[in-house]
Each structure stands twice: as C-alpha cells, then as structure tokens.
Design a binder for this molecule. Structure first.
Ligand SMILES: [Cu+2]
Length: 306
C-alpha cells in the first residue's frame, strides 16, 4: 500500500477485498479443546469469517506528497454450535450465529517521499482514522446470548476511537526485481465513549516481487504483527458470554506468509490498470488468552491510475 507516491495531479483509485477465516481454539499459543473452557464461558465459538471491502483514493498533491483516503465496509459472521458451556452449572443449549455488517472507520493519510534515487525510495506516512464505523451493535431483544445488549468487540465494524497510524517504508525497484520493507504503527487514542479501546498495533512487512512477463508479476511477502489486548470494558457486555466478550482474549503476535500474482496493462499509457491476488497463511501465532487462530486469508485488489 505504501510503495509509491504519485506525481502532482495524478489520481489512483483502488478497490480491495480481504477474506479472513478463523477456526479452532488456542489458549496462549497452544491448541486447546472446547471441553477445556466449557466451565468458563456460556458459549464457545466454532469459526469466524470476515470480508473487508476497501475503497481507496490517492492523489498527488505535489510530486513528493500524496494524499490518501480510505473507506471500509465489513461483513462478519461468527458461528457457535449447539451445546455450549455450563457456567455456574447453568447449561446453555442452542446454536448461536452472529451476522453483522457495516461501515468501518475512515482513514485519511499523507504519504511523503523523503528520499529517492534511481532504484530506491524512502517514504513516511501518517494520518488519522476517523471513527465513523459503529461500535455499538447489539443483539435483538430475543437474541439468546445478547438480548438487546452489546455484541463483543470483534463483531463491531468500528473501533470507536480516533486512531493515529504512522509508518516508514522503503521500496527498491531494480530491473525486473522489486522489494520493500514497511513498518507501521497504529496508536489508539483514549477518547472513547463506551469506556474501552482496542489495543495498539505494530506491523512489519517485507516483500519481494519479480516481473515474469511485462503483464505478470509474482510476489512473496512476510508479515509480522503484534497487537495489545482490549483496554477497559464495554459496560453492557457480559465477559463470560463467550471468549470474544472478554477483553483479555484480544491481541497477540502473528507471522504470515503471503504469495501473490499481479496482472498489469502492458503500456504505460494514460490509463493504467492492475489486478492483484494474494493468498496468506499463518506460520506462527501466539494469541493472548483464548482466541480462534487465523487459518487463511485471501486478498484481491484492482487499481486504476489516471
Ligand atoms: Cu497509488
């Protein structure tokens, strides 16, 4: 995402879709069985799917400074099978599926090219994430687990806080090889009405691409991410409903390997089109508390430049 700035007056529009699939259960980095935590929570999740649609615009303010704006739309589905936990000897029966969708937070960023030579570029980015996404989604009045009460943190499309992203990015382009390193931090401010905030994040990515044909490139990417647990608590959320309702069961460390293919229009003409697909799987994850580990991830993106 932070591989280039645009020339003054140049526009780029892109649409990205990310699909995320989580299943199984881990406690502090180790696989555990459902039976082991049935005494702690009313229900135990089975899997979670998330689609994130992102629309991004980039505009070259000057040859060195690019402005970026990002909108997200999220769809999330979590499944919990029948026969849940038996907290305080209250056995809980019946399956529960949570299905939510909505606008995520809006991102505004500037990307500044600090230094450039023939093959190298060094860029800094920072901005603001505006909490336009809802973090107040609730179950309906006849919801078995959340009757008119707040859904857990990860089922909320918005963070609820004003967040500040900042990063440093290096890009190398030499003949048919390109490579890069990017370090990104996300600081979540404490200005949050429902008395909680999501954990801060740190993300380190390194990648390499090779142009196989003028129209086709392939890439490999390694991504390491660390995030903190949720701070504070949503007042109307019972943390023993399920693991995701407990703020301690958030954050952790993860390393993913991603392989990708990219098709681009051959002529560097007035309009430039690019299609990219990436497949990701985790090679290491150590999540805080009890969480469903990530199993696989899929990205597609289409980009127009004019
Ligand atoms: Cu761009």
């Amino acid at each position: 995402m932070y591989t280039h700035v645009h020339e003054k007056g140049e526009w780029m529009l892109s649409y990205r879709m990310m699909y995320n699939y989580q299943s199984g259960l881990q406690q502090n980095g180790k696989d555990i069985s459902r039976g082991l935590i049935e005494q702690q929570y009313l229900m135990i999740p089975e899997d979670m799917r998330m689609n994130m649609h992102m629309l991004m615009g980039m505009y070259g303010v000057t040859d060195k400074l690019t402005f970026m704006i990002m909108f997200n739309y999220l769809q999330m589905k979590m499944g919990m099978p029948a026969g849940g936990g038996s907290l305080h000897n209250h056995t809980f029966r019946g399956e529960h599926t949570m299905n939510v969708s909505g606008m995520g937070d809006m991102g505004i960023q500037t990307l500044y090219e600090l230094w450039r030579s023939n093959a190298h570029r060094l860029m800094l980015n920072t901005g603001l994430n505006v909490p336009v996404g809802s973090n107040k989604l609730k179950g309906t009045s006849n919801d078995m687990l959340y009757p008119g009460t707040a859904y857990p943190y990860l089922m909320q499309p918005g963070s609820g806080s004003w967040d500040i992203p900042a990063g440093i990015n290096y890009y190398l382009g030499y003949s048919r090889i390109s490579a890069g390193v990017s370090a990104q931090a996300l600081w979540r401010s404490k200005l949050n009405k429902p008395q909680y905030r999501l954990g801060n994040e740190l993300d380190l990515t390194t990648w390499m691409g090779i142009q196989l044909f003028p129209f086709l490139s392939s890439s490999v990417r390694l991504r390491a991410n660390t995030s903190a647990a949720v701070k504070g608590i949503k007042p109307d959320l019972n943390k023993y409903n399920e693991p995701a309702a407990n703020p301690e069961n958030y954050g952790g460390k993860r390393v993913e390997l991603l392989t990708g293919l990219s098709f681009q229009t051959v002529k560097n003409s007035f309009r430039h089109f690019r299609f990219m697909a990436e497949y990701a799987f985790p090679v290491y994850q150590h999540l805080n508390g009890i969480q469903m580990p990530l199993k696989q991830c899929f990205f597609i993106s289409t980009t127009f430049q004019f």
